[in-house]
Design a protein around this ligand. Structure first.
Ligand code: SF4
Ligand code: SF4
Length: 82
């Protein structure tokens, strides 16, 4: 999963781009739900939020390291629940 750092300027550009609905406005900055973030695996070749963020504050989350296979498995679970 990816996460949003405190450099976030709350511009709201990333939230509508997420195919998994993983991004939402938190108390101070935008946040990513690691249970829903597939790093866009299953939908796109590149993380869409990273593409649009004007301050590049969305790195990989060191606490949620996942392989492509892990992310694809998560994608399948999420889409099965939709
Ligand atoms: Fe959503 Fe993709 Fe960003 Fe993860 S990487 S939060 S799935 S847009
Ligand atoms: Fe924050 Fe970047 Fe999302 Fe804008 S695009 S709300 S700066 S994480």
């Amino acid at each position: 999963a990816l996460y949003i750092t405190d450099e976030c300027i709350n511009c709201d550009v990333c939230e509508p781009e997420c195919p998994n609905g993983a991004i939402s406005a938190g108390e101070e900055i935008y946040v990513i739900d690691p249970n829903l973030c597939t790093e866009c695996v299953g939908h796109y070749d590149e993380p869409q939020c990273q593409q649009v963020c004007p301050v590049e504050c969305i790195p990989h989350d060191p606490n949620h390291k996942e392989s492509k296979d892990d992310l694809m498995a998560k994608y399948k679970i999420i889409t099965a629940a939709m």
